[in-house]
Design a protein around this ligand. Structure first.
Ligand SMILES: Nc1nc2c(ncn2[C@@H]2O[C@H](COP(=O)(O)OP(=O)(O)OP(=O)(O)O)[C@@H](O)[C@H]2O)c(=O)[nH]1
Ligand SMILES: [Mg+2]
Ligand SMILES: [Zn+2]
Length: 339
């Protein structure tokens, strides 16, 4: 087990809900039980059972890919003092990304809301925000855009960064974790949701969760300082939100590509393209160079945010590259095959 994870799992036992199960005679029996994956670092998992007790666990079988939020059926392996995950129960939702080979990889499961966090610092990559929003839409999930560290805007109007997202129809909130500003509307938006915080490394996802879930203070122990002095979360972890709901912290990314098979092939998950595309001359318009393309015209006349349109074009190119990287598919069941 990696140092970071073993430390993070050890720290987790300090939390009130994360008490390890005491040894008991019953423990020797191989009893199957259901639990939720509350931390995932590759194949190292922590699961929480119905009594609230937490166990270190690992998937039984090479092909099983458990993620934070999964509901699973487990069995205690008394001989080795381990808990095995035997089965992932059906997921109500899954946020997925694409690997460089174009294969879908689940990131987090059974959530209701994706919170895409960005900040003035580190220098924001709004294309990453767009692509997370597309992944959320293709997973059938609601999404919220959160501008954190608004204390660092330095005179730049927040709207310059957020207007494209609002125009697309996404709720946008802004806050400063360090100044505890704007946290009440955020708390309200998260109540009774199971929300994942995603975004670039260093935008303040873990800080936000520490602020919203006071008992999670220990989670900052999970953060490693790299050579540049930046904090980095290495495993996804689920926290209980006081007043109802759950928040999942996730490791920051340098880049993100949505899973290509779940992306809606015409709009790639851009709601504006979906809306405007019905007026294109060609039904199979890809909104690039085709004549009488309502999407491109809207971008030219300013009624569709030009940066978001550029983001759509970039994702269209990436989509083609990833499909090529993956090669021909034997199974033609995916939505992406209908193109
Ligand atoms: N100025 C300012 N700094 C903040 C704010 N929120 C977080 N920070 C700082 O930003 C740095 C990174 O915060 P983290 O919470 O570790 O960021 P993260 O998104 O979890 O990063 P990864 O785990 O690498 O993905 C820390 O030094 C925080 O103190 C804020 O609202 N304003
Ligand atoms: Mg973090
Ligand atoms: Zn078009």
């Amino acid at each position: 087990m990696s140092r970071a994870l073993s430390r993070s799992l050890a720290e987790a036992t300090v939390q009130p809900l994360n008490q390890p199960v005491p040894n008991s005679p019953e423990e020797g029996r191989d009893v199957s039980f259901e639990a939720q994956v509350i931390a995932a670092y590759g194949r190292h998992l922590q699961v929480r059972d119905a009594t609230g007790a937490c166990h270190d666990a690992r998937p039984f079988g090479r092909k099983m890919h458990c993620v934070c939020g999964d509901q699973v059926r487990c069995e205690r392996d008394a001989a080795h003092g381990e808990v095995h995950v035997l089965e992932i129960l059906p997921r109500t939702s899954v946020l997925s990304r694409s690997t460089l080979r174009g294969e879908a990889e689940p990131v987090v499961a059974n959530l209701s809301l994706v919170v895409v966090v960005f900040a003035p610092l580190p220098s924001p990559d709004l294309f990453i925000v767009d692509r997370y929003l597309c992944a959320a839409s293709s997973a059938g999930l609601r999404a919220l855009v959160l501008l954190n560290k608004d204390d660092l805007l330095d005179g730049v109007p927040a709207e310059e960064l957020t207007a494209g997202f609002s125009a697309a129809g996404y709720p946008v909130l802004r806050c400063s974790t360090t100044r505890s500003a704007g946290l009440t509307p955020l708390h309200d938006a998260l109540r009774n949701e199971t929300a994942v915080f995603v975004g670039q490394s260093g935008v303040g996802k873990s800080s936000l969760i520490s602020a919203l879930v006071p008992q999670s203070q220990i989670a900052t122990g999970e953060l490693d300082r790299d050579a540049e002095g930046r904090h980095t979360t290495t495993s996804s972890r689920l926290y209980d939100l006081p007043g109802g709901g759950h928040l999942i912290d996730s490791p920051g990314v340098r880049d993100f590509a949505p899973a290509i098979d779940t992306l809606e092939p015409r709009s790639l998950g851009f709601p504006e393209v979906d809306r405007l595309g019905v007026s294109c001359r060609f039904q199979d318009c890809q909104h690039l160079r085709e004549p009488a393309c309502a999407v491109r015209e809207a971008a030219e006349n300013g009624s569709f945010d030009a940066r978001r349109y550029e983001s759509y074009r970039r994702l269209r190119r990436l989509y083609a590259q990833l499909r090529e990287a993956r090669g021909p598919q034997r199974n033609t069941g995916g939505r992406g095959q209908r193109e």
